[in-house]
Write a protein that binds this ligand. Structure first.
Ligand code: PXG
Length: 440
């Protein structure tokens, strides 16, 4: 087969992730370059990035500092063993991340993705209790509609049915809180008033199993992948209180909410609720090189630092944990966020964004609009008997008209790079209005 970078003539070998492979291969959509807020397609069109790639390119594309850092690092040292050896940049990155994170998070464990970070956090939670002599705490609690990546721990605590049902019996000893999506909150701006009581379900679950058997609760502070579900006012605080009361660790999965998406460094800052472990990825390296991390409090970290000093304290890690190129990308990314004040920028633009988002309310087939920071979701009434078709068509039409959006089920999700300008916001919502008005 001839190798044409712009348009390969054989698409059969690559089994695409989370994609309609057959639909795509009949009518491929290829990006060949990216700069700032725009992708360039193989047929030479500019497409406005309304999704920061997959919620990860928070500083936009082809950022000079990050490009240069990666180029320099790959020349200086490509790889260093991650176990029993170190290299300076990974320590530096851990320090920067600690400085950016809320106060109690003093320690950082590196992974290569959100999914790996979730597995790592769940394992740390279990091992922490065991290290403290509380080994009966083995149960994990997630939430309906939660997304915690695609590995077995993550889909076990996760609550998106299609991500679970094909894959066997999953982890045992897992239970789920109810999701927080209440119909009475439709079209509410910001955090909904109703639903804090849903956190009390944790008391019911704790009573059912015995609170002393529960190791951890994991939730996204704001559920992203399922279609943007905001925590009702007081809900996260209540979860925190119940976890503290019963000695249960609270894990925030900040893979989407981390690095400025809500206008603060992390969701924990934004909602002013501190978990015990925090999971991140995506924006950590601006999506440039895969990397994830788990942030832990000193209390958790120090519980492992016992026994003879030559012994490994935690039997967990990845070949690429803290890879030098990823570390260089991470450092340059965090510097870019700080130098350009991008988290504050997201906060400053949030009102304009929200107005644009809610201006679509009069378009046909819309049953809910929700958003926060630089996140938005538009929920469409599904076509009877053909779920997902309407939103997928909106995605295809927006792409044809030069805007990239995401869809999950019949929900359109938006999460642009934080460098977005007001005229890009106008363009994105203008395209959406056009598309939604004509959509069947
Ligand atoms: N936790 C959360 C909260 C996520 O959103 C993961 C874990 C897994 O991360 P990795 O890096 O293993 O993919 C995610 C990922 C979408 C979309 O459009 C969301 C994700 C990934 C791809 C697409 O909603 N979230």
């Amino acid at each position: 087969m001839a190798l044409d970078q712009k348009q390969p003539n054989d698409l059969s070998a690559f089994w695409m992730p989370f994609s309609a492979n057959r639909q795509f291969k009949k009518n491929p959509r290829m990006f060949v370059s990216a700069d700032g807020m725009f992708y360039k397609t193989s047929d030479g069109r500019d497409v406005l990035d309304g999704t920061a790639g997959l919620w990860c390119c928070n500083a936009g594309h082809k950022r000079p500092k990050i490009v240069e850092a990666v180029q320099k690092q790959v020349e200086e040292m490509d790889y260093a063993p991650a176990f029993q050896m170190g290299h300076p940049k990974v320590f530096e990155l851990a320090n920067r991340l600690r400085d950016m994170a809320p106060e109690p998070f003093n320690h950082v464990f590196f992974t290569n993705s959100g999914s790996e970070s979730v597995e790592t956090a769940l394992k740390i939670a279990l091992a922490y209790h065991r290290a403290k002599g509380d080994g009966a705490r083995t149960r994990l609690i997630g939430r309906e509609r939660g997304y915690h990546g695609v590995n077995f721990g993550g889909i076990s605590v996760g609550g998106i049915v299609n991500n679970r049902k094909m894959f066997g019996s999953l982890l045992t000893g897992v239970d789920h809180l109810p999701h927080t999506h209440l119909p009475e909150n439709a079209f509410f701006k910001g955090q909904p008033d109703h639903g804090a009581h849903l956190a009390d379900e944790l008391e019911r679950i704790a009573a059912l199993h015995g609170p002393e058997t529960i190791a951890a609760v994991i939730v996204e502070p704001m559920a992203g992948s399922t279609g943007v579900l905001l925590p009702p006012k007081g809900y996260l605080q209540r979860l925190r209180e119940i976890c503290t009361k019963h000695g249960i660790l609270l894990i925030f999965d900040e893979v989407i909410t981390g690095f400025g998406r809500l206008g603060s460094a992390f969701g924990a800052d934004h909602f002013d609720v501190m978990p015990d472990l925090m999971v991140c990825a995506k924006g950590l390296t601006n999506g440039v090189i895969p990397m994830g991390a788990v942030l832990a409090t000193s209390e958790i970290h120090d519980a492992f630092m016992q026994g003879p000093e030559h012994m490994i304290e935690l039997f967990h890690g990845y070949t690429y944990s803290g890879n030098p190129i990823a570390s260089a990308a991470g450092l340059a990314t965090l510097e870019t966020y700080v130098e350009e004040g991008l988290f504050q920028r997201a906060a400053d633009l949030a009102g304009y964004w929200e107005d644009g988002l809610h201006s679509l309310r009069d378009c046909p087939n819309i049953i809910d609009i929700r958003g926060m920071g630089l996140i938005g979701a538009i929920e469409l009434e599904p076509i009877a008997g053909e779920p997902t078709r309407r939103a997928f068509q909106a995605f295809l039409d927006c792409y044809d008209k030069g805007s990239l959006i995401r869809t999950t089920g019949d929900i359109i999700a938006l999460s642009p790079p934080l460098i977005i300008e007001k005229d890009h916001i106008d363009q994105l919502f203008g395209t959406l209005r056009d598309v939604l008005q004509k959509l069947q």
